[in-house]
Design a protein around this ligand. Structure first.
Ligand code: HEC
Ligand code: HEC
Length: 437
């Protein structure tokens, strides 16, 4: 591995995080073993963990401690520009965020790939998933099923703060696919943080040797100490101790934020419920939902149009692939998506809405959300205002999908009135509250 100038971590900026772990006698390590947590921080930042012969990437290269443990397109671009600047002085200058596996032209140019447009513009990382046995990709050149056994989808890097609260919630609605009760990754395909770290070492850091179980345990312990606020930290501690009633994680709220909270409880908490904000509440039982964030997005055929989603940001439309599913009765169905979500894990489509896995994603937690723009699995909403705007259309779209005379639970509290949707005039209050989560 060559060594030029390496774009260093801004260790000083991570000190507020590391200090209490290293120095604090009274720091309880959030119920984790302090020795594991300390080793975990180091493993998280280490670009060459235990000589695993990887590509030089640390967890912190994507889950940036200076960026709320996620990755924004702005951070990618700043690092890209810094690297170009350093290359003028040292052709070997390096930032391991930029590795060919996450370049757009990787499938064409392999190890020589160098087009980082999707990372720089959208902040997205390549995630390669095997196709279920009954699913084929359609070759755009021939319009026939291709021989591909896996597919690339492009996903945002989620924050690893609050992972103590957002894993499996044990509430199984449809026992199908991995982690029917929720899990880690945007599609919940992974059960534990140890397994998650192992997959990250293999897929993102391209390690040649298997990491030690202790390293995975250390990373687990460290991540379980990361919270977006003291209120959320106290809540997680209470959950793990089984305290009842649980403390309210919200800080004191202004009247506007209180109004926003009422909107949130009515319109949003039905999916973003429970302590982590990722557990669906009755009567909306499913943990996985399609909220029309994938591409292409529905366009109304009726005029005047009853809903109108923002078109997908540039670059995402070209990530759309057409899939052919062979159903249980032998018939074949083709559908197009930039990211079919749970359907890539189960191969199951074609049931009534709640049962269909097409485009379904795990409901993410929303604590600390003001720190982690842009939003959604493909970073398609730049701001919280844009995310709320998207939901206003989502609720309108849901009304057009219901069979005549039926009001789906997502729209109603009493089964009679459409009283859940967020209204445009509620946006300011709702966003003010979202910033306090
Ligand atoms: C190349 C960038 C990259 C690197 C390096 C990386 N991750 Fe990730 N991480 C991602 C992406 C992208 C996702 C979402 C993937 C998906 O949903 O399929 C993710 C998801 C996660 C999640 C799931 C969070 C949740 O709420 O479900 C955890 C935990 C995590 N990573 C931990 C780690 C650890 C620990 C390491 C180091 C061993 C690591 N990551 C290295 C990009 C990265
Ligand atoms: C039907 C269930 C459902 C409802 C109702 C719902 N959400 Fe979501 N929410 C989801 C799912 C699923 C995702 C993940 C989608 C994605 O990543 O593309 C999500 C993602 C988000 C995100 C992005 C999180 C991130 O880290 O990028 C925000 C912000 C958000 N929701 C806010 C809200 C607000 C505000 C409301 C109420 C107006 C709301 N949600 C109502 C299911 C729901």
């Amino acid at each position: 591995m060559h060594r030029g100038i390496t774009v260093a971590f801004i260790v000083v900026a991570t000190m507020p995080l590391i200090q209490p772990l290293v120095l604090g006698d009274d720091f309880e390590c959030e119920g984790q073993q302090c020795a594991e947590v300390r080793r975990g921080v180091i493993a998280f930042l280490d670009r060459h963990v235990g000589g695993l012969s990887g590509n030089g990437r640390a967890c912190a290269d994507c889950h940036m401690p200076t960026n709320s443990f996620q990755l924004s397109p702005a951070s990618v671009e700043a690092r890209y520009q810094l690297l170009q600047f350093l290359h003028r002085f040292d052709p070997k200058a390096d930032d391991p965020l930029f590795r060919p596996i996450d370049a757009d032209d990787f499938r064409i140019h392999g190890a020589n790939a160098s087009d980082y447009t999707t990372m720089r513009r959208n902040g997205l990382i390549r995630v390669t998933l095997p196709l279920p046995p009954n699913v084929k990709l359609i070759d755009p050149a021939t319009n026939l099923p291709s021989a591909e056994a896996s597919v690339d989808v492009w996903r945002a890097v989620p924050s690893v703060t609050n992972v103590a609260l957002t894993g499996p919630d044990g509430h199984v609605f449809v026992p199908r696919g991995p982690n029917a009760g929720g899990g880690y990754q945007l599609d919940a395909r992974i059960t534990t943080l140890q397994e998650q770290a192992l997959q990250a070492f293999i897929n993102h850091a391209q390690v040649q040797k298997t990491p030690a179980q202790q390293t995975l345990d250390d990373l687990n312990a460290f991540q379980l100490t990361l919270f977006s606020s003291t209120g959320v930290r106290a809540l997680a501690n209470a959950v793990s101790k089984g305290t009842s009633p649980l403390p309210d994680p919200d800080p004191p709220l202004s009247p506007l934020e209180e109004q926003g909270k009422a909107v949130f409880v009515r319109a949003c908490a039905q999916c973003h419920g429970g302590p982590g904000g990722s557990a669906s509440q009755l009567p909306l039982v499913a943990r996985f939902h399609d909220i029309n964030t994938t591409c292409p997005r529905p366009v109304d055929t009726v005029s005047p149009s009853r809903f109108s989603f923002e078109p997908c940001p540039s670059g995402l439309a070209e990530k759309v692939r057409t899939y052919e599913f062979t159903l249980a009765n032998g018939s074949k169905v083709r559908r197009a998506s930039s990211d079919p979500g749970r359907a890539l894990l189960t191969g199951f489509i074609g049931g009534p809405p709640l049962l269909d896995d097409w485009n379904k994603l795990d409901v993410p937690g929303l604590h600390g959300i003001s720190q982690t723009a842009p939003y959604f699995h493909n970073n398609s909403a730049a701001t919280l205002e844009d995310a709320v705007k998207h939901y206003i259309e989502f609720f309108k779209f849901a009304q057009t999908q219901a069979p005549p005379g039926v009001i789906p639970p997502v729209l109603t509290t009493d089964g009679i009135h459409i009283d859940r949707p967020v209204k445009p005039e509620e946006t300011a209050a709702l966003v003010a509250y979202l910033r306090k989560l």
